[in-house]
Design a protein around this ligand. Structure first.
Ligand code: NAD
Length: 422
């Protein structure tokens, strides 16, 4: 069996792409177009550290496809970032934007760094160096980055400022996920977690099921996981397990999702937070492994990729797995879950809420006209429901899983653009 480190996420993408291409009879041309990224940028960033030394960091930006519009996708700061990971993430963005039916292609970026080891000044200099290095290849109508793991509105603000200097004009539409004070959209921060709930609610409705009374486990109490937990709690679910990199908290009577969101916003690790009465905390990897195998109705992996693999897929007890994270399930595990009848709501549908509101932010920036939060949330709900219904319908039409259904929706839309252009 492969270890987590040996999984190549780009192979995972290709496996699903090829399988779906066969199911829906995709043309060879479109398959060829989508099998490799259009552009791969590697940069080596020289950054002055606080102690006066000069350090180099590896950075990447991959533009997978611009068939349906400018490339779109986040920037990740993590010590495990490498080209294969960024390539896979960029390809998933192509699919995600097509499933959401927004006029974007797919891109993704990353820097191989543990940002927690950097001071604020070092992080700013690193971000500005990265923005400058890739500035010729990004822009509102070329490629529009956004936050991802370990990046946030502040990082986007620095990126936007550096790019604006090279453009000679304030250009907020070059990135999304900006703070509201710099042209960010109301509702963007919560959009991915809100979308996770909306996608699950719509798929459950199609199955004659509902969120009321469901027991939920969330892996990763970051931006996606903590908001998803709150949204699910608002719909009548009970959060019984939640984790972060420090470990997992279990409580049968329920854990307040609102409290977990507060800890997340305050950047407090679970290991340092008070636990509710009757709760058990299991540290680190062991806690996270146990969380995935919890006796719950709904499991939301919302941390990193390759968390559910052939080693634990048989032990997943949830009826629904809703992929808040990108690529949390390996191709091998996906097959096991499908055979066992576990309903997997795939990442390219489930976590599409973030990029949908990113699109709304970009539209607001380009028109310089800003919408109230209620309008953003209503538009998001319409988009997520429509995407979930399209994916459901495709899975019924082709007699396949929701993941294959989501790829089918995306590939149909990409193929429609490809035949007009290529
Ligand atoms: P984040 O940095 O806010 O949170 C990540 C969470 O995962 C943290 O709680 C962290 O402690 C935890 N974590 C990290 N390593 C872990 C490990 N080894 N085991 C268990 N937990 C671990 O990131 P985020 O923005 O919430 O993103 C989470 C996932 O969702 C990523 O896969 C990201 O690509 C995806 N995603 C994010 C967005 C978005 O809008 N932020 C949109 C779509 C998809």
């Amino acid at each position: 069996m492969k270890t987590k480190k040996e999984y190549n996420p780009y192979d995972n993408y290709l496996a699903v792409l090829n399988k779906t291409a066969e199911t829906i009879g995709l043309s060879e041309d479109v398959l060829t177009l989508l099998s490799s990224p259009e552009r791969t940028i590697e940069v080596s960033l020289a950054v002055r550290m606080d102690d006066g030394s000069l350090r180099r960091f590896d950075g990447y930006r991959v533009q997978h496809s611009s068939l349906r519009g400018p490339c779109k996708g986040g920037i990740r700061y993590h010590e495990n970032v490498d080209l294969d990971e960024v390539k896979a993430l960029s390809a998933w963005m192509t699919m995600k934007c097509a499933v959401a039916d927004i006029p974007y292609g797919g891109g993704k970026g990353g820097i191989r760094v543990n940002p927690k080891t950097l001071s604020r000044g070092e992080l700013e200099r690193l971000t500005r160096a990265y923005a400058l290095a890739i500035s010729p290849n990004v822009g509102p109508h070329k490629d529009v980055p956004a936050p991802d793991v370990n990046t946030n509105g502040q990082v986007m603000a620095w990126f936007c400022d550096e790019y604006s200097k090279t453009a000679g004009a304030f250009t907020p539409a070059v990135v999304t996920g900006k703070p509201v004070a710099l042209g960010g959209s109301l509702g963007r921060e919560e959009s991915t977690g809100r979308g996770v709930m909306l996608a699950l609610r719509e798929i459950m409705a199609k199955r004659g099921d509902s969120l009321k009374g469901k027991r939920v486990a969330v892996q990763g109490k970051g931006n996606v996981g903590s908001v998803a937990a709150v949204m699910l709690e608002n719909e009548g679910c009970t959060l019984v397990a939640v984790s972060d990199v420090s470990g997992a908290l279990f409580c049968d009577k329920g854990i307040s999702a609102a409290q977990i969101r507060e800890y997340a916003l305050a950047k407090r690790m679970l290991k340092d937070c008070p636990a509710p009465d009757g709760a058990v905390f299991i540290p680190g990897k062991e806690g996270n492994e146990k969380l995935l195998e919890s006796d719950v109705d709904v499991l939301v992996p919302a941390a990193l990729e390759n968390q559910i693999d052939e080693g634990n897929a048989d032990k997943i007890r949830a009826k629904y797995v809703v992929e808040g994270a990108n690529g949390p399930t390996t191709a091998e595990a996906d097959e096991i879950l499908e055979k066992r009848g576990v309903v997997v709501i795939p990442d390219i549908l489930a976590n599409g809420g973030g990029v949908v509101v990113s699109y709304f932010e970009w539209v607001q920036n380009l028109s310089n006209y800003y919408w109230p939060e209620k309008e953003v949330n209503e538009k998001l709900e319409k988009k997520m429901s429509a995407s979930a219904r399209a994916v459901w319908d495709a899975s019924v039409r082709y007699g396949c899983s929701l993941r294959a259904g989501a790829y089918a929706v995306a590939l149909d839309r990409l193929a429609a653009a490809a035949v007009l252009l290529k």
